[in-house]
Design a protein around this ligand. Structure first.
Ligand SMILES: [Zn+2]
Ligand SMILES: [Zn+2]
Length: 269
């Protein structure tokens, strides 16, 4: 593995849903063992979340100070990222937050749709599976049309993690038109998407997104793809990256992207 390839989606124990043992130091140790040169922490910031677990926000004054402390003795490069939870009424609040700290990387994620939580199932109530998935993609489309202060869109077909369906997969063709519109917006604004390997651990047996989606993204002119394990435990950091490289190659890509100072850098895979 190229040591410059970064896991661009990982949660430390500052995220309320992460393992208390997932400290900066524990990840640094693992990165060193794997021979990886850099780490970017993308902890959760979900303003105005209906989920109880996210009501207490990370204090970023404390967070950044702590990260800077750890940087002094770390021989692994430490970058400041964030997984920013999107909701349409939060543009100003997110902008203010992002301009307060020197972020290297902003991953924008849709965890709440129409004010309803995906995780606890509220979003799915009163909808068929196809309706729920389609509504999710429409909400994502609205977000990428209306908001651009991010670098990469997180787990773009994330909705399939939830809803409790026996068969959680979606028929790509059913949502293709909306997905294409999403991808075109992302490309037009110079943003990217991620290969998120958490699907391998959530019983989906595959990474996000589907190969068809990646191929279409490429065909539409997409160039920026990051890899992310979405680790909430140190054991999951960098998990599934061999699969990610294969998938990216299958889709016709030759480079994976990493961000520093919110600028993309392309690393040969
Ligand atoms: Zn997420
Ligand atoms: Zn995440």
């Amino acid at each position: 593995m190229n040591p410059k390839i970064i896991d661009s989606h990982m949660h430390s124990n500052y995220s309320p849903d992460a393992d208390p043992k997932a400290t900066f130091e524990a990840y640094i140790e693992k990165a060193k063992r794997l021979g990886i040169m850099s780490l970017v922490f993308t902890d959760h910031v979900d303003f105005d979340s209906p989920a109880d677990i996210f009501t207490e926000m990370i204090d970023y004054d404390v967070y950044v100070k702590h990260l800077n402390e750890v940087k002094k003795t770390s021989n692994v490069e430490l970058l400041l990222g964030v997984e920013m939870g999107y909701q349409p009424h939060l543009h100003q609040r997110i902008d203010e937050f992002l301009s307060t700290y020197p972020f290297d990387f902003v991953l924008l994620s849709m965890h709440i749709g129409d004010g309803l939580d995906f995780y606890n199932g509220d979003f799915f109530k009163g909808k068929t599976q196809v309706e729920a998935y389609q509504r999710y993609f429409e909400i994502v489309l609205d977000s990428v049309r209306n908001y651009q202060n991010y670098d990469v869109y997180g787990h773009i077909d994330y909705i399939i993690r939830y809803g409790g369906y026996e068969n959680r997969r979606y028929l790509y063709d059913t949502h293709k038109e909306t997905i294409h519109a999403i991808l075109k917006e992302i490309i037009k604004h110079g943003k990217g998407i991620e290969i998120n390997t958490s699907g391998l651990r959530y019983g989906l047996g595959l990474v996000h997104p589907y190969l068809e989606l990646l191929k279409d993204y490429k065909a539409l002119g997409g160039k920026i793809v990051t890899f992310g394990s979405d680790a909430h435990f140190v054991k999951d950091y960098y998990a599934g990256f061999n699969e990610s490289i294969e998938l990216l190659k299958d889709a016709g890509f030759e480079y994976v992207t990493v961000y520093r100072n919110r600028k993309p850098e392309f690393i040969k895979i």
